[in-house]
Design a protein. Structure first.
Length: 202
């Protein structure tokens, strides 16, 4: 029974993701999600109190999966610059894997502007990212592998760069290979920050 419940929840999430990505949050109804998933409204409300709750969980799952990949890279890397360079490569995969989900980002932000609960749940993961990168940069500065920089400023630059590129990719999807642009942009920033023979300064 428990396995069946897990499968039902996953089917609802996968179906909702497809519906939201195809036509947006506002145009998607609970009834449509249930119909496409082949499930009843009772099954839906057993797992999610509202369409909004499901919507927010999709954002949280996506951002959490990226965060887990970042931490795995950090655990394997020998130095902070090495971790950051590998994370730059992850940017390309994020754009490739999430191309169908990226339009949802605008929906998330639009809903966050209107609803304090959604705002809190939307902004918290981005604050977590800033805190994570601030800690990473602080470690690099302390070990002498990064030039002295305010870790909070460096973290804000990294997160702002990623968010800005996501927005450009949404507004002009065919204007560039945004995964490539993102990777090269982060690599350039790491090169400027890195202390030693690989860095922008000696």
């Amino acid at each position: 029974m428990q396995q069946r419940a897990v499968e039902t929840r996953e089917r609802l999430l996968d179906t909702a993701l497809a519906c939201f990505g195809r036509q947006g949050y506002e145009a998607t109804s609970v009834a449509q999600v249930c119909a496409e998933a082949g499930l009843s409204k009772g099954a839906f409300y057993h797992h999610f109190p509202s369409k909004q709750a499901l919507f927010v969980e999709l954002l949280g799952r996506w951002l959490a999966s990226i965060r887990e990949q970042l931490r795995a890279i950090d655990d394997r890397a020998q130095t902070v610059p090495e971790a950051l360079r590998t994370m730059a490569g992850l940017m390309r995969r994020v754009f490739a894997d999430s191309r169908g989900q990226l339009p949802l980002v605008l929906d998330f932000w639009s809903q966050a502007r209107l609803d304090p609960e959604v705002w809190q749940k939307t902004v918290t993961p981005f604050r977590d990212y800033r805190a994570y990168f601030a800690d990473l940069i602080a470690r690099g500065v302390a070990r002498g592998t990064l030039h002295p920089i305010d870790p909070e400023v460096g973290a804000q630059l990294l997160v702002s760069l990623a968010v800005g590129l996501v927005l450009q990719g949404l507004l002009d999807p065919d204007g560039a290979d945004w995964g490539e642009v993102a990777e090269q942009a982060v690599l350039g920033m790491v090169s400027a920050l890195e202390s030693g023979p690989h860095g922008g300064q000696t």
